[in-house]
Structures are given as structure tokens and as C-alpha cells.
Unconditional design. Structure first.
Length: 261
């Protein structure tokens, strides 16, 4: 616990400032596992057949034959966890899983999106107890950061590290629109292990559930019921499902609208 819908619903994160400094110091080491520097596709020429065969000693280059994921969507929404289609990556270490979650959290776009989301919540008077005006907006803002930050670290850091699951989103990039939409929407239920084998996405389900439970501790008492926590849990999963679906098509949208590969 990554289009107007994605931008308005994107998750932002709230962790202590020293962690932000760690992220900045480690960004160069993370680039080898993040979308715009997606790691290794190992190839070596076969002298007998002219075909390529894996060679662990050969420097790797990413597959760039199709539209690529970008580090940010529309220049704002953090998208560091998305992997372009037909790209194979080495597994992330436990430390890198947390750094990846932190990089998504501390990107400038995360704070912009939190501000927009807090504004919508204030305008709709989602929590009357928070009040109005600048004071009310401030309460919505920090609650938004806390909610989405806790979920992101649970879904993308804690549980993937414990369960040895990969927190990245791997773009399908081929097939019909329906198949690709179904693929994206179901990534909340299906993910990869560090070994590359697909399995049930315990990290998403357990992470978002844990985050919903923790968030009840700092909301007014009337929002601490099992019903409210369950609603928040379900809402988080649905939002993540919509985000994955949009990310599946983002490279194509970006290519067609902005002529960017």
C-alpha cells in the first residue's frame, strides 16, 4: 500500500523528512530498477546462428521498440513503479522496495496532487468535523498525505519485502483494448513474486487493509467502525485498480497525444 481520474485519485505519501534525504542520496542506485531506466534485457550474439542468447556478462539495454512508460504522468503524477512493455527486470532488494515507495512519495507531484485532493474534499465537505477555510484545508491536506502515504508504504514496501513480491506494475502493451483493460484492472489481485512467477497480490489486499485500519486511529471516533474501515479498504482497492488500468494505456495515450515515445 501510481488522465484526470488518475491525477485526482493518485496517492501521496507522508514519511519523516530524514527519509527524504535518503531517497535523494539513493536515486542514482534506484535508476537501474525504475521505469525510465528499466534494468536489464541481456543479449549476446551467437556466432553460429546469428540469434541472441542470454549472457549474464553482457551489458544490458532496455527494449524501446514501443511506447514507453514515463517517470511522471502528464508531468505531475509520479509513475516510477511502472515498467514498460516487453521489459524484464532483476528483482528488487528489500531496501530498494522501500526506496521506490519513498521516491513516489517525495516527488513534487505527490504534494501537488495532495493539495488538489484536499481541495475537492473540502469543497464537498467530506468530513464536517474538519471545518472550513484555511484551517479546514490544512486538516484535509495532512489527512490525505497520511492516508495515502501509509497505504503506499504498506502496499509497496512492507508487505512486498515480507512476502517477496514485486511492487512494480508491468505493462502488458499488446492485445485488444478489452484484454489490456482487464489485465490492468486485475493487477490488484495478481502480481509477480521476486522470482517472476505470478501469484495472488497479497501485498495489495493486505497492505490496503492494514492502511485503512491504521488510518482510523487519527480520524474522529465516528469513523472508526468496522463498516467505515471496510469502505475505506474497498475504495482504496478500486482506486488502485483504476490507476493500474490507466497506466496500462498511458504510453499509448502519451504517444498519440504528445507524440512522445
Amino acid at each position: 500500500m501510481t488522465c484526470v481520474a488518475a491525477a485526482s485519485l493518485a496517492i501521496c505519501f507522508d514519511v519523516p523528512l530524514p527519509a527524504q534525504q535518503l531517497v535523494a542520496a539513493s536515486s542514482s542506485s534506484l535508476d537501474s530498477t525504475l521505469p525510465d531506466s528499466p534494468g536489464t534485457l541481456i543479449q549476446a550474439s551467437s556466432s553460429q546462428s546469428g540469434q541472441t542468447t542470454p549472457d549474464p556478462q553482457t551489458p544490458a539495454t532496455p527494449d524501446t521498440t514501443g511506447p514507453q512508460q514515463t517517470k511522471r504522468i502528464l508531468g505531475v503524477v509520479p509513475n516510477f513503479s511502472a515498467v514498460s512493455a516487453n521489459t524484464k527486470l532483476p528483482p528488487l532488494s528489500e531496501k530498494d522496495k522501500f526506496f521506490l515507495a519513498a521516491r513516489n512519495s517525495f516527488d513534487y507531484g505527490s504534494f501537488i496532487l495532495a493539495g488538489a485532493q484536499a481541495g475537492f474534499a473540502l469543497n464537498s465537505n467530506s468530513y464536517p468535523e474538519f471545518g472550513h477555510g484555511a484551517v479546514g484545508y490544512g486538516r484535509y491536506y495532512w489527512h490525505t498525505l497520511a492516508d495515502t502515504g501509509i497505504e503506499n508504504f504498506m502496499v509497496g514496501g512492507v508487505y512486498p519485502a515480507i512476502l517477496h513480491q514485486d511492487p512494480r506494475f508491468y505493462t502488458r502493451g499488446h492485445g485488444g483494448v478489452g484484454k489490456r483493460a482487464f489485465y490492468g484492472a486485475t493487477r490488484v489481485l495478481v502480481t509477480k513474486q521476486d522470482s517472476g512467477r505470478e501469484m495472488f497480490n497479497f501485498s495489495e489486499i493486505m497492505g490496503s487493509g492494514s492502511a485503512a485500519g491504521i488510518s482510523s486511529l487519527y480520524y474522529p471516533s465516528q469513523y472508526r467502525t468496522w463498516t467505515k474501515v471496510g469502505q475505506k479498504w474497498l475504495t482504496s482497492c478500486l482506486i488502485d485498480s483504476a490507476n493500474y488500468t490507466f497506466k496500462e494505456f498511458w504510453p499509448d495515450i502519451n504517444h498519440k497525444l504528445f507524440h512522445t515515445k
